[in-house]
Design a protein around this ligand. Structure first.
Ligand SMILES: *[C@@H]1O[C@H](CO)[C@@H](O)[C@H](O)[C@H]1NC(C)=O
Ligand SMILES: *[C@@H]1O[C@H](CO)[C@@H](O)[C@H](O)[C@H]1NC(C)=O
Ligand SMILES: *[C@@H]1O[C@H](CO)[C@@H](O)[C@H](O)[C@H]1NC(C)=O
Ligand SMILES: *[C@@H]1O[C@H](CO)[C@@H](O)[C@H](O)[C@H]1NC(C)=O
Ligand SMILES: *[C@@H]1O[C@H](CO)[C@@H](O)[C@H](O)[C@H]1NC(C)=O
Ligand SMILES: CC(=O)N[C@H]1CO[C@H](CO)[C@@H](O)[C@@H]1O
Length: 411
């Protein structure tokens, strides 16, 4: 009786989550995901929930090639990198105010080195924030103090050169930093450089917020490091927390877009040099039976929701016409084993993001230019059915810098 009463007395709640999308057509979009729990089975799994994904705003902004978004929840500011330009012609960085209903407005825009493909916010010790940008075509890394104003000057610019082309000369003609991300302590910044077969490592100076170069990781020639993520036993998952095992040190995972493998490194914090040490522990194709990806396919994004690691696979057509996401499982020292492929529900999944709850994944398919929302079982890590999909902007040609470039949750 009691259970029945509480079920009947529940209001029909509609929960909403905002997502932000950048598109190479020169727009940034806001989306809203609304969920209406099934009236009868309030506590049933997500399968019993109806989701609606709608576009709530579109703004022409962030130069001609918006490529990457970072949301600062404390200020409700979105930072957008523009991939326009190269080492001799500029790109840009735009700060946008995002209201809770998704409305977007420009706060400031500054010129940067060209080819910005990714950015990350970092702090110095007193809490002052900075943003670092990876410039792919610009062969550079730059940093700016925040908040961004129209007259903000870069704090630092690192221009990189390559003395000779790498193992894959068509893609390794020059340095091509593809991402910037932080270690779990927030005191080091890493940048996988696809062109140089190098993962660049910087220490964040605690008093100035400047970056100081540390020895990087020379990866196997022809790897083409694109994106990476750290694992530390400190931030433990459901399963690992339950086990309460003594766990290994920090592990770094890097995906290489040219070699199409994921490589794991054990990481040590060297107190003497104040830098990081790395030892390669594993390298595998994130594909069934550890076989190489089909010809023409390539890895793109990597995300960890421990003990599960997800890697998007572009143009493998594993779920025709759609591509796939690979799920790998970690053991308690961070060792990886392949679990399964699941559909990306679109073509060329350049980008994807897991929500905080861990029960939904937003997949940004570049060529089909849709955002697919897919269920995720937080316990088994399994990715399930698509619960919503929305076409955003125009589709792109496979292999061209067209279509949807990034998607993030507002969380
Ligand atoms: C979802 O929406 C459809 C159409 O409005 C409705 O028939 C169905 O009962 C809903 N499902 C749940 C679980 O509420
Ligand atoms: C880096 O290259 C850019 C573009 O060529 C140039 O404007 C800038 O002065 C260079 N910065 C440094 C620190 O070399
Ligand atoms: C790497 O492995 C070697 C050999 O096992 C060891 O001597 C060294 O300390 C390790 N370095 C790091 C940074 O883990
Ligand atoms: C974890 O996986 C790695 C890589 O496969 C393996 O070398 C290691 O023995 C595994 N550790 C445990 C405790 O199973
Ligand atoms: C491919 O993805 C689209 C878009 O989400 C979806 O409608 C379609 O059912 C998918 N096709 C297959 C075979 O999975
Ligand atoms: C040829 C082969 O070994 N295929 C196996 C690959 O792995 C899957 C499971 O991931 C098996 O079902 C196949 O039999």
């Amino acid at each position: 009786m009691r259970a029945l009463f509480s079920l009947l007395s529940l209001p029909a709640l509609a929960a909403a989550a905002n997502l932000y999308v950048s598109h190479y057509n020169g727009n940034v979009y806001s989306l809203a995901l609304t969920s209406i729990p099934g009236a009868q089975r309030r506590n049933e799994e997500a399968a019993a929930v109806n989701y609606t994904l709608t576009q709530t705003a579109a703004l022409k902004t962030c130069g001609s090639m918006p490529s990457w978004l970072t949301f600062d929840a404390s200020t409700r500011v979105l930072y957008c990198s523009d991939e326009t330009g190269d080492s001799t012609s500029p790109g840009s960085l735009t700060a946008l105010a995002a209201s809770t209903d998704g409305k977007l407005s420009e706060i400031a825009k500054v010129d940067t080195i060209g080819g910005g493909v990714n950015n990350v916010i970092y702090n110095r010790d007193d809490g002052k924030k900075f943003i670092a940008i990876a410039h792919y075509e610009g062969s550079a890394l730059s940093t700016f103090p925040l908040p961004l104003k129209s007259n903000t000057q870069p704090l630092q610019t690192f221009n990189f050169t390559l003395s000779k082309p790498g193992a894959v000369p068509s893609r390794q003609d020059a340095p091509h930093p593809h991402q910037v991300f932080l270690d779990p302590t927030g005191t080091f910044l890493l940048s996988p450089d696809l062109g140089s077969d190098l993962v660049r490592v910087y220490r964040i100076e605690p008093n100035s917020g400047s970056l100081k170069e540390c020895p990087g990781i020379n990866v196997t020639p022809g790897t083409g490091p694109r994106h990476g993520t750290f694992w530390t036993p400190g931030a433990s998952s459901l399963r690992l927390r339950k086990q309460r095992r003594s766990l290994a040190e920090t592990v770094l995972y890097i995906v290489g877009e040219l070699g199409n493998k994921v490589t794991a490194y054990s990481v040590t914090y060297d107190m003497k040099s104040n830098c990081l040490g790395f030892n390669e522990t594993q390298a595998l194709y994130p594909y069934p039976n550890g076989t190489a990806l089909p010809s023409g396919a390539s890895v793109a994004e990597i995300r960890l929701e421990q003990p599960y690691l997800y890697i998007s696979i572009r143009s493998d057509h594993a779920f025709p016409p759609n591509d796939s996401l690979a799920t790998l499982q970690q053991n308690n020292t961070g060792g990886l084993s392949f679990q399964r492929l699941s559909s990306s529900y679109g073509t060329v999944p350049r980008t994807f993001a897991i929500n905080k709850e861990g029960d939904l994944v937003a997949i940004g398919n570049q060529a089909s230019s849709n955002v697919a929302i897919v269920q995720r079982d937080p316990h088994t890590g399994q990715l399930g059915n698509e619960v919503a999909s929305l076409a955003v902007g125009d589709p792109g040609t496979v292999g061209a810098a067209e279509g949807l470039s990034s998607v993030i949750w507002e969380e």
